[in-house]
Design a protein around this ligand. Structure first.
Ligand SMILES: C[S@@+](CC[C@H](N)C(=O)[O-])C[C@H]1O[C@@H](n2cnc3c(N)ncnc32)[C@H](O)[C@@H]1O
Length: 366
């Protein structure tokens, strides 16, 4: 096989913070991967939220990889903050709460940052001072989507949704407020040209079909089956900024903070393309893998090649998991080293708290 390269890496602005949070549900990811103490997990980094969340399952090691250095810098800052700060300071450093003196908090952590991360953050000081929590391109896009829901629902509709105490009340809300006008707004908002402000155009190159109907049905599914109190993704997209950020991602929960401090040295960060990295490590290094929705940006053939490489590189009986956003990408059980777990994947996908994703897949290494 010729050396694999990521084609999209050449087309993206790899300085930009695309995601300051991870819009992928760690709950189904952890259930899919069944992480145990012998595992070495390989995970796409993005904003690092799921790396930290999987760390709480206590694998032997986690390697976080990204070809976008800015994304790795976010995780570097989080790791340094976990090591040096208390929980309240950590939340302020990240921008979840107001803070007049983030530089002081940053200075406390600076000695924990590797030289490359220290100089990166010194060059991007304003970003840190403003607070990174909701600053990524996708977070800003979702905020605009929220403003569009509010434009139609108005304060009255929003108050009804906020007051819902259970899924029965949410279903009644949807009956009244899940109107054609809202559906058209959503369809229009996610239409290709608008999408480009939330994601780089190159990331949509392989999207051809009409995904709006599926999005609408999945949004309805989350509202009718998942209490808003348990779905912090919908809280952000439909209601407001998070009122209680510590009750969102597991790694932000105060009860997990001491444990995180003891585990955080198990993380290694790698600035590379997954395609290249896999050929540079001994076969069997990794036993579990989280690949976000990276196949979204590839042709079917490129997906097949990369999945084959993953299958050959990973330890036998390992597991990998990944999402499909708008395109259909999986091994289709045509790769000899992988076995697609259809039923388990489908069941977990039904519990996904994010409705963007068309599919979630788990494959085992055979
Ligand atoms: C795939 S994106 C998706 C994030 C989110 N699920 C979404 O839909 O917008 C997550 C991260 O993967 C990184 N990434 C994508 N393809 C990669 C590859 N082949 N090797 C390394 N990192 C990659 C991107 O830089 C980004 O930070």
């Amino acid at each position: 096989m010729s050396e694999l390269k990521s084609k999209i890496a050449e087309k993206l602005d790899l300085q930009e913070i695309a995601y300051s949070m991870l819009w992928e549900d760690s709950r189904i990811l952890n259930l899919a991967l069944k992480i145990n103490p012998d595992d070495h997990v390989l995970s796409i980094c993005s904003a690092g939220c799921n790396v930290l969340s999987m760390l709480l399952a206590k694998p032997k090691a986690i390697t976080a990889i990204d070809f976008n250095q800015s994304q790795l810098m976010i995780l570097e800052l989080k790791i340094a903050g976990i090591k040096r700060l208390d929980h309240a300071e950590f939340m302020k450093l990240l921008g979840f709460y107001p803070c007049d003196d983030r530089i002081k908090l940053f200075d406390c952590c600076a000695s924990e940052l590797p030289p490359s991360a220290l100089s990166w953050w010194q060059q991007h000081q304003k970003l840190m001072i403003d607070g990174i929590a909701y600053s990524g391109r996708l977070e800003l896009y979702l905020k605009r989507l929220r403003e569009n829901f509010l434009r139609i629902w108005k304060a009255e509709g929003l108050a009804v949704l906020k007051s819902c105490q259970n899924i029965e009340e949410q279903a009644r809300f949807w009956q009244r407020y899940g109107t054609d006008e809202v559906k058209h707004m959503l369809t229009d908002f996610v239409a290709k040209q608008n999408q480009q402000s939330g994601r780089d155009a190159a990331k949509l190159e392989h999207v051809h079909d009409n995904y709006a109907e599926g999005l609408w049905q999945r949004l309805e599914h989350t509202i009718k089956t998942q209490p808003m109190s348990d779905n912090f993704f919908n809280q952000y997209i439909l209601l407001d900024d998070h009122q209680q950020p510590e009750h969102t991602y597991d790694y932000l929960n105060q009860n997990n903070f001491t444990e995180l401090k003891s585990l955080v040295n198990r993380i290694t960060l790698v600035h590379d393309q997954l395609e290249k990295h896999l050929t540079s490590v001994p076969i069997g290094t990794y036993s579990k893998g989280n690949f976000s929705d990276i196949f979204e940006y590839m042709t079917e053939d490129a997906t097949k090649e990369l999945l084959s490489l993953i299958g050959k590189s990973f330890a036998k009986s390992g597991r990998i998991a990944y999402w499909n956003l708008f395109v259909d990408r999986n091994s289709r059980n045509q790769i000899s080293s992988l076995s697609l777990l259809q039923e388990e994947s489908q069941n977990l996908h039904l519990d996904d708290r994010l409705w963007f994703y068309k599919n979630f897949f788990i494959e085992t290494i055979i």
